[in-house]
Design a protein around this ligand. Sequence first.
Ligand SMILES: Cc1ncc(COP(=O)(O)O)c(C=O)c1O
Length: 408
Amino acid sequence: MVTPRGSVFRTMRRHLPPALALAYQAAGQGAHEETARGATVRLSDGREVVDFGSYGVAFLGHGEPRIVEAVAAQLRAMPAATRALASPPVVAFAAELQRRCGPGLDRVWLGSDGADAVEAAVKLARRATGRLRVLAVHGAFHGKTLGALALTHAPVYREGLEPLLCHVTHIDPGDPEAVAREVAQGDVAALIVEPVQGEGGVRPLDPETVARWAADARAASAFVISDEIQTGLYRCGPFAVAVDRGWQPDAVLFGKALGGGVMPLSALVATAELYDPLIDEAAWHSSTFGGNPLACAAGLAALTVADELADRGARLGAELGAALTAVASAHPGVVTEVRGMGLLWGLDLRPDVADTVLAALPQHGLLVSRCLSAPHTLRLLPPLATTDAEASLALAALDAALTEAGAP
Ligand SMILES: Cc1ncc(COP(=O)(O)O)c(C=O)c1O
């Protein structure tokens, strides 16, 4: 393992964002991460914590052996593509991913980060329709690159940068008529939704409202894009929530866990109509490392592992949902609401104790990823691979942190 010369935190404060160094130092109580397996991370002082964070990347568990081995084999064979010759792992991964999304969604574009897939979707929709405007939802998070940021709603990320990419309208999640009203102007290229807004505070969108929006968008020949970078790959039940709910999306976006928590990998899986600008002009939108053989080898193994764990994930999700509801009702003064689906849960905390709870969690043995745009929501992203023992430890840590915060 590579370590910097001198103290990790002192060196981090000097060369990386100092506030992050302080936050990491506090979370680890002076220790740093060292190794990890499954949902458990071992710290440099020998303690172990359960990881329900990692921004959703470690969904199949840290260091899943089959994914690591698939990457190691590809590393030995050919880690970088020539981009002048066909690469079998890339082709096999695209075909396997498409197969899980079902008929109609036949075409695949590969990137590295979630924002890459969002940017690709917006470019394709604008080019394929010849229209400029994109509808996103209040509370949405679609990434932080300048184009994706235009679709992200929270001022905390946008301030000081506006005007961003123009022609984006954020619609009210409680307004079923919103899309019909906007598309009537004839300039809408696409509607983009997250089935459950993750970074926005774990807010499931009303399925019937989205179904209505999707139908209204389709009727106006605007594309429907489902951003499942956080919710897809069975985290919220099905492989692709939008497909399962019959929203008939023109594209589903995947990222985060798609590379099995081992390699960065994202994808857009789209209809031929949306993908049209790329049919004859592949270089019109591409990136040097997007869909490289190492990432695709990881992705291919990750799909198999995810399929195998999906049933267990459904059971774990139901059990965790019930347990979290029970924990919340045991701490009525601290937890004000519980929301979520499958393996994505949010607990709204009383604003004056939210920071205390979030800071105490790692000390009690549970790591979580904060929502910067919803600072009072405790987001839980349990891996599919969480064992029953890890789930019990996580719930005990949560209970301890909530008890401490509620103590007079
Ligand atoms: C729904 C959604 N879309 C897009 C993104 C951006 O992904 P990335 O950070 O990999 O660019 C995220 C990241 O949290 C996300 O949750």
